[in-house]
Design a binder for this molecule. Sequence first.
Ligand code: GLN
Length: 242
Amino acid sequence: MKKLVLLIMTLLSLVAFGKSDKLYVGTNAEFEPFEYLENGKIVGFDVELMEAIGKKIDKEIIWKNIAFDGLLPALQSKKIDVIIAGMTATEERKKFVNFSDPYFVSSQMIMVNTEDSKSKIIKSYDDLPGNVVGVVLGYTGDIAVSKVEGVEVQRFNGTSEAIMALNAKKVQAVVLDSEPAKNYVKTNKNLKLINTDIAKEEYSIAVGKDNKELANEINEAYQSLVKDGTFDELMKKYFAQE
Ligand code: GLN
């Protein structure tokens, strides 16, 4: 009897969940131009993309701003339904979540401080050993730099903290995704970008491992935004000048 009640309750909650018209979407709004705060509001490329997907699948998006390394745990514990955060679909992360089709290709770049004599001589990954290198905790940059022998890795909680340390000459380089890195170089004239030949990465939207249906819905919505030109408009709006 108890089992039956439990089964019915589970089924009822599944139905209720399936019908929910809200999607709780986690991001980390410190990754311009994908997601960042403007007058306290989360804005950016990912935000507009997810809002457009929400419209297509008839769901209201409720945004949650979470530290980057807290996003996957929040998804796994079902505090959120979706992550969109310039998140690279790595093999390791694929073990824990379902990723959508990739929507953006990126790579890791090195930033140096031209006002720091030790920093400005760094020209490639090979020059990193012997230096203190800043990364953001849990980012793919963290994973890449942690593999380089002889580097002292300093992990920060957010990108702006890493940039502050580079400006203050506390680290000799920061390794970060290409687009946010380009943004920081635009606004910090003393910083310089070094293009690295490190492998390309693809950003995808993540949903729970047991939520294949939502992943399919998101993919269909994304494909129709590509077809109707909305995605292209967004690309132009955020990346036209490059
Ligand atoms: N693309 C990087 C990663 O997935 C950084 C993402 C981010 O900071 N939002 O780790």
